[in-house]
Design a protein around this ligand. Structure first.
Ligand SMILES: [Zn+2]
Length: 424
């Protein structure tokens, strides 16, 4: 046996579980396994989780904070303008270097699968080439899935559809779109039809930036669900952001959610970005702008939380920490019930793994031995503490370690150490 992890707590609530690993796969999960292994890790009751998965990211823009200048207003529109200034200055080496640095951060945070959009509106397709190179380089430790993203609109930008087809032929995995950014509602709907038909014909998955707007009349998700069921693409299509749903009429939403469910369309909310970029035209009351996460989950729709941005033209913060994303999502959606908090953890693990279509993901005999041991006893505690990732394991090998969080106290008569966890 290569590795045994002893005394693990699992995300589903099972406790005192041993996990045996051989040849990069989990081969047994049970109480007190009788085997021996060349490496043993005593989790001592700590949470052992499958790795974090980010279903929505922009790796071509990440860590470009301050280039060529910072976003002074912190708004979406200044961010798009800033990206337009930065694009002609990009070089492939710099793109690769920044993405590789982010991937290092991701590994340290136990984030081992990422779906990144890549802007295809630059006719040179520099960013596509760069991220395909990064995908190859990080493949031993990160599953990187790329989406061809027409940032400037598939019709609004004259060369976008041709560029998108070229990017797919070069090896990009998923077809993207941005219907709410086309010139008219009709063009938006037409872009959804065109891109879904193209993807269906070629067998690609689809993930569109959809209705990232406070306009309650932005209803491209309805069109996306329609074409998904019409073309038999159930389970392969995702609507990212869907922020307009926050502002939609409740009666309309009561019709919409079953249509999304019937079409098997998944949803991705990006809580850090939605709460900062939406509602900007409001005075008070000020909308939160995040889509209806709890309501979609209750309707049986798969919903993930994504990071979206880290230190780029749209967002000056972030660090690849999906527990920070889950923490923000939980607060913005008011998902404070016990089951709801656990769903927030699933929204950065199991749910995005389903959206990406990852094989052999999870903790069961036969799954890939991709695991994270956290400095927390449960999923809820992991979110509360944004717990340290003590060990990050890929295919049975430890690839990152972090110390547990604690403070050394100097209070007479009190314990010498605080680790922020309740002990009974
Ligand atoms: Zn995005």
């Amino acid at each position: 046996m290569d590795l045994i992890i002893r005394h693990a707590s699992l995300p589903d609530g099972r406790r005192d579980i041993d996990i045996a690993v051989q040849g990069g796969r989990i081969i047994a999960v049970d109480h007190a396994l009788p085997m021996q292994a060349s490496q043993e890790i005593d989790a001592a009751g700590d949470l052992v989780s499958p790795p974090f998965v980010d279903a929505h990211f922009h790796m071509d823009a990440t860590l470009s904070y301050g280039q060529p200048r910072v976003n002074q207003s912190g708004t979406l529109l200044e961010g798009i303008a800033l990206w337009g200034e930065l694009k002609p200055l990009l070089t492939q080496d710099a793109l690769v270097e920044r993405a590789m640095q982010y991937c290092d951060w991701a590994v340290g945070r136990g984030l081992l699968a990422i779906r990144s959009h890549v802007d295809i509106c630059d006719d040179r397709l520099l960013a596509v080439e760069a991220l395909l190179e990064v995908k190859k380089r990080v493949a031993p430790y990160i599953d990187l899935q790329l989406v061809a993203f027409p940032q400037d609109g598939i019709f609004r930008s004259a060369t976008a559809f041709g560029n998108l087809q070229r990017a797919m032929a070069m090896g990009v995995d998923v077809v993207g779109g941005i219907p709410h950014f086309e010139r008219t509602m009709a063009d938006g709907a037409e872009s959804v039809r065109l891109l879904c038909e193209f993807a269906a014909q070629k067998g690609y998955r689809v993930d569109m930036h959809c209705d990232e707007s406070d306009d309650p009349m932005s209803r491209h998700i309805e069109t996306l669900a329609f074409h998904t069921q019409r073309l038999g693409m159930q389970g392969r299509v995702t609507g990212s952001h869907l922020t307009s749903m926050h502002s939609m009429d409740n009666y309309y939403v009561s019709k919409l959610l079953p249509l999304i469910r019937e079409a098997g369309v998944s949803a991705i909310a990006n809580p850090l970005i939605n709460i900062t970029l939406q509602g900007r035209h409001d005075s008070y009351p000020k909308r939160r702008g995040m889509t209806r996460v709890a309501e979609m989950l209750a309707s049986g729709i798969t919903v993930a939380f994504g990071q979206d941005c880290t230190m780029d033209p749209w967002y000056s913060l972030g660090s690849g920490d999906m527990l920070e994303v889950a923490h923000m999502g939980l607060h913005v959606a008011q998902m404070t019930g016990q089951q709801a908090m656990q769903q927030c953890y699933a929204a950065v693990t199991e749910m995005p793994a389903q959206i990406l279509g990852l094989d052999n993901y999870g903790i069961y005999a036969g799954a890939n031995a991709d695991l994270v041991i956290l400095d927390a006893g449960s999923t809820i505690e992991a979110i509360r503490l944004r717990a340290a990732r003590r060990f990050v394991i890929r295919r049975g090998k430890v690839i990152s370690q972090s110390p547990a969080a604690s403070a050394s106290l100097s209070l007479s008569g009190r314990p010498a150490l605080a680790d922020f966890r309740l002990r009974s």
